[in-house]
Structures are given as structure tokens and as C-alpha cells.
Design a protein around this ligand. Structure first.
Ligand code: GBH
Length: 446
């Protein structure tokens, strides 16, 4: 049942690109170099006492050979993130020119190799100084984010070819501020909902800031979206509104899902920062929707507040994270987005998996489970495209094994292995498979 489907090529739209994704704190290291400020993830990971991003993949020093690695695989697009505290150490005021210079070198290095550079402005590393001023729970942080976006548009708007405002605001709001599993480690639902609103507002403000500065480069936002499975239609609808529509609807329709909004307001009282004009800003037109897809959510009705619904442990084939492997979920999600939100362009900005069954054989890391995962999901993507969904990018998560947040370094999502003792990069079978898949698509010889 785990055998990869036969290779399928063709049928992708003109301009479709294959690539890989990373995030600054997960790979860069060099956290005290060249004037970088502290981020909430430096603070959080050191406070938790486990692994930290202090060194990570040392990509800050190895960016050039990492770009060569990507070029060797035939990657056509690279999604990376800019560490806000590297370019603006306190999250306000003057830029740090050495930080900006790093990203200019990286982006120009992509262009020299024929790789499209796609920058994410916020992949969870808020400057600690902004946290001390109240973090995303205060409206001012959204305004500071818009200034940061304007600065990046000015500094890199001539070279970056795609812009993503936020990565997974659900994770930042809920896992960071309701459940406390990620930085800054807050556990307070009303705060989490306020944070979600400010993240969305900051997205809209950043779209405005970028729009006048980045020429014709496309601008979007990346959401973690999960198709819902389960028999209790009420519980499924509540979980869907909570995880998916809470972000999709404001961005794409200018409204919060009304039933869940009323439910939250009954539970927590009025949400103080929600002013109706904000929704005009939040729903500024975007050029694409970024989708991170990993697995479906299986839902059951429960007493658990505030949703009276909870996620059920995955069954069947699961990854090292315990997440269910279900490529059909990607197909269902894409068809649903088209049905409910119209013909918007979609970029798969992350898709991938960690598995424990990798082993080094004759210089290659054999990772058959990941080959199967990627193959099945690309096949699902092609079926969705054949059925009319406008998908323009696929970014595998991740190029490299990296710092998997609160799980540290033992969960490996890379298509390239990192030996952390030596910082050696070792290709996995999945990287070679992906290289051949891209080459076959382009009609090259493999
Ligand atoms: C992405 O997050 C991140 O963008 C990336 O940085 C990270 O390395 C990668 O995925 C792999 O984790 O059990 O409550 O967490 C994915 C976040 C993971 C959020 C699955 C939803 C299921 C619900 N998603 N999670 S929960």
C-alpha cells in the first residue's frame, strides 16, 4: 500500500514552478552575528531548555553552497523567509544594513542560478523588543509590521519575485497564544483571537505597503489548511470555521465566519480590537493564496472548550509527527477552495513529511516513505489541476532537515539530510526522485 504511484507528468499550467521551502529561524543559525536582534524564538527555545536555532543548519554561512545544491536538483523556485530581527533588530526604526545585505546576496544568488526567489516576511520570529511592547496582542505591532514590509519592498523589491506576508497565522495565534506550544508561549484564548485579528490586519497593511514597491511581483499569504473529516457535521463545521475559514474568509471575502464569531463572543465577550473597517484592509486583493498542506483533521464532537469539537488521533499511515498521510486530502482541499472562493491562483507553499525510517546506504539516504509521500501528493495536485484548480507553484517542505520548532532536530523534514555534527549535506533518495520528476516534466533526460 506504500508503493509510489507511477510517475505522472504533463498537464501543468504554463509558468508552473517546482521548488522547496525553508524558514529563517529553522536554518540560518548565526543568531548573534552582523547585528541581528533577538527574536521570540531565541527567547522561547532557550527558556524551554532543549534544542535552539543558535546554529541550526548554519545556512547564514553556507547559503552559497545551499543554492548550488538547489540548482543541482533543478529547483525552479525557492521560498525562504526574512528574519525580521536580522534586518530591523528591534522591529522598529533604522534597518540593519548587514542583515539586509545577506538577503540581497541570497536573492541575487537565486537569480544567477535561474531560481525564482520568494520571500516570506514573517515565519514566526518576532523581534523580542516588539514582544516586550505587547507583541501581536497590541495593534501597534501590525503597524510596525507594515513599516517593516515597506522597508523590505524598498530594499529588495527590484529582485524578489514573489512575496508572502505571513506564514500560518493560525499557528502563531492558536499554538503561540491559546495553547502555548510555540513562542511566545501564551495560554489565553481571548488574547489568541486578538492576535489573529492583528496578524490579519498586518497582512492587509503589508499588501498595501508592498503593492506600490514591488512592481509586478505577486503578493500573497500562506495559510495552513486542513480538509475536515468526521461524521458529526456540527463539530466538523466548527473546526473548519476555526482552522480554515477564520483566515480564508476575512482575506478572501472580507468577513469573519459569523456563527463562530458569535460563538466566540458568547464565550469570551466582545473582541475589543475588531473594528469593522479593518476588514476592508484585510481583504485587499492578493495575487495568490499560499497553502501549506500536511494532513487532514479528523474531528469529533466533544466537551472541549471553546469549540465543543476536538481532533482525533490519526489512523492508518502516519508520519513521525503522528500526522496522517492522505494525499486525497490535498485534492479535496484544492477542489473545496475553488468551489468556495472562486478561481484564485494557488501556490502550495509547503508539503512534506518527517519519517523515522531513513538510513544511509552507499552515500545516499534512503527515504522511501518520503518518496511515496511526495509522489502521491504531486499526483493529487495534478488531478486537481486537471479538474480546473489553478495551481502555480509547489514548494516541498523542506529543502534541508532543520530546527523543527518545539520538537528540535530529531524530526527530519528535509529532502536533503543535514549531519549536524559536520554540517554536511547528504542527498536523500527523495531529492534525487524530485530532481528526476522535475526534469521529466521539462522534457529533459533523466
Ligand atoms: C509548518 O507548520 C511550518 O510552516 C514549518 O515551519 C514547519 O517546519 C512544518 O510545517 C512542519 O511542521 O496538532 O494542533 O498542531 C505546520 C503546522 C502542523 C499546524 C499540524 C497544524 C495539526 C494540529 N501544522 N498541525 S496540532
Amino acid at each position: 500500500a506504500t508503493a509510489p504511484l507511477p510517475a505522472v507528468t504533463g498537464g501543468l499550467p504554463e509558468g508552473f514552478r517546482f521548488g522547496a521551502a525553508t524558514a529563517a529561524y529553522q536554518i540560518e543559525g548565526a543568531v548573534r552575528e552582523d547585528g541581528r536582534g533577538e527574536s521570540i524564538w531565541d527567547r522561547f527555545s532557550h527558556r524551554m531548555g532543549g534544542d535552539t536555532g543558535d546554529v541550526a543548519c548554519d545556512h547564514y554561512h553556507r547559503w552559497e553552497s545551499d543554492l548550488d545544491l538547489m540548482a543541482g536538483l533543478g529547483l525552479e523556485s525557492y521560498r525562504f523567509s526574512i528574519a525580521w530581527p536580522r534586518v530591523q533588530p528591534d522591529g522598529r526604526g533604522a534597518l540593519n544594513p548587514r542583515g539586509v545585505a545577506f538577503y540581497r546576496r541570497l536573492v541575487e544568488g537565486c537569480l544567477e542560478r535561474g531560481i525564482e526567489p520568494v520571500a516570506t516576511l514573517y515565519h514566526w520570529d518576532l523581534p523580542q523588543a516588539r514582544q516586550e511592547a505587547g507583541g501581536w496582542a497590541v495593534r501597534d505591532t501590525a503597524l510596525r509590521f507594515a513599516e517593516y514590509a515597506a522597508h523590505m519592498g524598498d530594499a529588495l523589491g527590484d529582485v524578489v519575485q514573489g512575496w508572502i506576508t505571513h506564514n500560518e497565522p493560525w499557528v502563531v495565534a492558536i499554538l503561540g497564544h491559546a495553547l502555548g506550544r510555540k513562542a511566545p508561549g501564551v495560554r489565553d484564548w481571548p488574547t489568541a483571537l486578538t492576535v489573529a485579528h492583528h496578524l490579519l490586519l498586518s497582512h492587509g497593511l503589508a499588501v498595501d505597503a508592498l503593492r506600490s514597491r514591488v512592481g509586478s511581483a505577486p503578493i500573497g499569504i500562506t495559510l495552513n489548511l486542513n480538509p475536515m473529516r468526521g461524521d458529526d457535521t456540527g463539530a466538523v463545521a466548527r473546526m473548519d470555521a476555526h482552522q480554515n475559514r477564520w483566515f480564508l474568509d476575512p482575506v478572501l471575502r472580507g468577513t469573519y465566519p459569523v456563527e463562530l464569531l458569535e460563538h466566540y463572543q458568547r464565550t469570551f465577550g466582545p473582541l475589543p480590537s475588531l473594528n469593522p473597517e479593518d476588514l476592508d484592509v484585510i481583504s485587499r486583493p492578493i495575487d495568490f493564496l499560499g497553502v501549506n498542506y500536511y494532513s487532514p483533521t479528523v474531528v469529533r464532537a466533544s466537551a472541549e472548550p471553546p469549540l465543543q469539537a476536538s481532533a482525533v488521533a490519526a489512523r492508518g499511515r502516519v508520519t513521525a509527527m503522528g500526522w496522517e498521510v492522505d494525499a486525497g486530502g490535498l485534492y479535496d482541499l484544492l477542489l473545496r477552495l475553488r468551489a468556495d472562493y472562486g478561481d484564485l491562483e494557488i501556490w502550495i507553499t509547503e508539503n512534506g513529511a518527517a519519517f523515522d525510517d531513513e538510513r544511509l546506504v552507499d552515500g545516499v539516504v534512503e527515504d522511501a516513505s518520503r518518496v511515496a509521500y511526495l509522489s502521491e501528493h504531486l499526483d493529487a495536485l495534478r488531478r486537481a489541476v486537471a479538474d480546473g484548480v489553478n495551481v502555480a507553484r509547489y514548494h516541498a517542505w523542506s529543502l534541508l532537515d532543520n530546527f523543527e520548532w518545539e520538537h528540535g532536530y530529531d524530526k527530519r523534514f528535509g529532502i536533503v539530510r543535514v549531519d549536524y555534527a559536520t554540517q554536511e549535506r547528504i542527498l536523500k533518495r527523495s531529492a534525487l526522485w524530485y530532481r528526476d520528476h522535475i526534469a521529466a516534466e521539462r522534457g529533459g533526460r533523466i
